[in-house]
Design a protein around this ligand. Structure first.
Ligand code: GLU
Length: 482
């Protein structure tokens, strides 16, 4: 048997982290078994589905490296298939037209509430005669198509994450609506449970892997598989992603879509790695850094937790920094250039490339998220800058004017600065001015960067030297020092 799994997002919003994590688990399972990962866009809800959301989902999957083998298949293009299945259920007497009005449904629910019963459809139109149907239609009533659910049924399956699950037919809310109808009462828009089952049968899905909020749907869907005389796939319900406080991670909590994480400066490798660990623990529990391929080798559902997975920003930041620290400067600079451009920094991505790459190499080890680079590098881009109070204090110290002048003089007679020459200048000025090396280093940092903290001094000097800004800055520092 070839494993066939699918991710089936509804394009009614941007690609949600919960859906993305479900996609990750499906992908890992497919790759582990050499199976197929299928992408299906569930866009039957015309009012809420939007092409830009579909694009956001496709972009997010691609960005994360979750390549799919088949699709994207669009449910909106498969309506005939659903209609055929609904007709089969009608022909078999397993589904029927229901004409109960909204007002009647409201009354029914109010009466159930008064009796302290759970709201459900009371199956009142299950056995309408053709005459009764005609009469309702003559009244101009709208209909839906309902699938019969036997209250006495017990639905049992062996969930790959949660073990044996049992659901009572009587807890499924009565006969379920599987389709709306058109003006002329012919079969209209199919609803989620029906379309999913028809598709999963048609696409020969062997394992349905999705969030645990779908457990009740699974019970209903198993009844549909039986009614359509199809093989029932395996089911695997993965834990939900919770906020740090243990609540469901909702849209209200801010960042929830993959493109949001992308905009915040997380790299796809870190994001995918983090999602792998959201609910799954590797056999070697000390290993935290994985590529998707490595995780796929080790992946199995018996290591997926049943408890909700708490979202941990610190862990995600840590993973992101681990990846950022490993990216070679030639690639890192590509990721940073858009942020520098957006910050309005002036540079030429082509002619300034060598020192930009050096800058990326210098700050790379200090980055947690990509946008951190904006503040960290401001001093390297600005033409004029304010000296921080600490820098001014440093420049006003005794002997500093001489140090800065000494460096300026040495720079004048230096053809091409590199880190070796820079080291020599520092040594030479320390000796000439008869001061401590630390004073020279601190003063030089204050003069060149306007601050007393920052990345490696020699590297920073070299970077500032390349567009020729160091002499001007030393001159300016001299006016502060004296
Ligand atoms: N369209 C459904 C969702 O986005 C798919 C659920 C399923 O995997 O069956 O939740």
């Amino acid at each position: 048997m070839t494993v066939r799994v699918r991710i089936a997002p509804s394009p009614t919003g941007n690609f949600h982290i919960g859906t993305a994590r479900t996609a990750v688990f499906n992908w890992l399972f497919a790759r582990h078994h050499g199976g197929r990962f299928i992408l299906r866009i569930e866009d039957t809800d015309e009012a809420r589905s939007r092409p830009e959301y579909t694009q956001n989902i496709l972009d997010g999957l691609t960005w994360l490296g979750l390549n799919w083998d088949e699709g994207p298949l669009f449910q909106s293009k498969r309506i005939d298939l659903y209609h055929k299945a609904i007709q089969t259920l009608l022909d078999k007497g397993l589904a029927y037209y229901c004409y109960t009005t909204e007002a009647e449904l409201d009354q029914m629910r109010a009466a159930q509430k008064a009796r302290k019963e759970a709201p459900r459809y009371d199956n009142r139109h299950r056995h309408l005669t053709p005459e009764q149907r005609k009469a309702f239609e003559a009244e101009g009533r709208k209909s839906v198509i309902r699938f019969k659910i036997d209250d006495n049924r017990e639905i049992v399956w062996n969930d790959l994450v949660r073990g044996k699950l049992t659901w009572k037919g009587s807890d499924l809310g009565g006969d379920m609506v599987i389709a709306r109808t058109s003006e002329d009462n012919s079969i209209g828009q199919p609803l989620y449970n029906l379309a999913v089952v028809v598709d999963d049968i048609d696409m020969k899905i062997t394992h349905v892997i999705r969030g645990e909020d779908h457990i009740a749907n699974t019970a209903k869907q198993i009844l549909l598989y039986e009614a359509l005389e199809a093989t029932i796939p395996e089911f695997s319900h993965t834990p939900l992603i919770l906020s740090k406080e243990g609540r469901k991670l909702s849209k209200r909590e801010g960042v929830t879509s993959i493109s949001d994480f992308q905009n915040m400066g997380f790299v796809p490798e870190a994001m995918a790695n983090y999602m792998v660990l959201l609910g799954w623990s590797p056999p070697d529990s000390t290993q935290e850094i994985f590529t998707l391929d490595e995780a796929a080798k080790a992946f199995s559902f018996d290591r997926v937790n049943r408890a909700g997975a708490k979202f941990d920003w610190d862990k995600l930041d840590w993973l992101n920094s681990q990846y950022l620290h490993q990216i070679p400067p030639s690639q890192l600079v590509e990721l940073l250039i858009p942020y520098w451009q957006e910050a309005g920094y002036e540079f030429d991505p082509v002619s300034d490339r060598p020192w930009l790459e050096q800058l990326a190499a210098t700050i790379g080890p200090s980055l947690t998220r990509l946008p951190d680079a904006v503040d960290m590098t401001r001093t390297f881009f600005t033409k004029s800058f304010e000296f921080s109070q600490e820098a001014v204090d440093q420049l006003k110290k005794e002997g500093v004017a001489g140090v800065v002048q000494g460096v300026l003089n040495a720079l004048d007679s230096t053809e091409q600065l590199n880190s070796e020459k820079a080291g020599q200048i520092i040594k030479q000025v320390t000796k000439e001015q008869n001061v401590k090396k630390g004073l020279v280093m601190r003063s030089l940092r204050a003069a060149l960067t306007g601050d007393v903290h920052g990345p490696d001094l020699l590297e920073s000097w070299f970077i500032i030297h390349q567009p020729g800004k160091d002499s001007d800055r030393l001159q300016e520092a001299l006016t502060q020092a004296s």
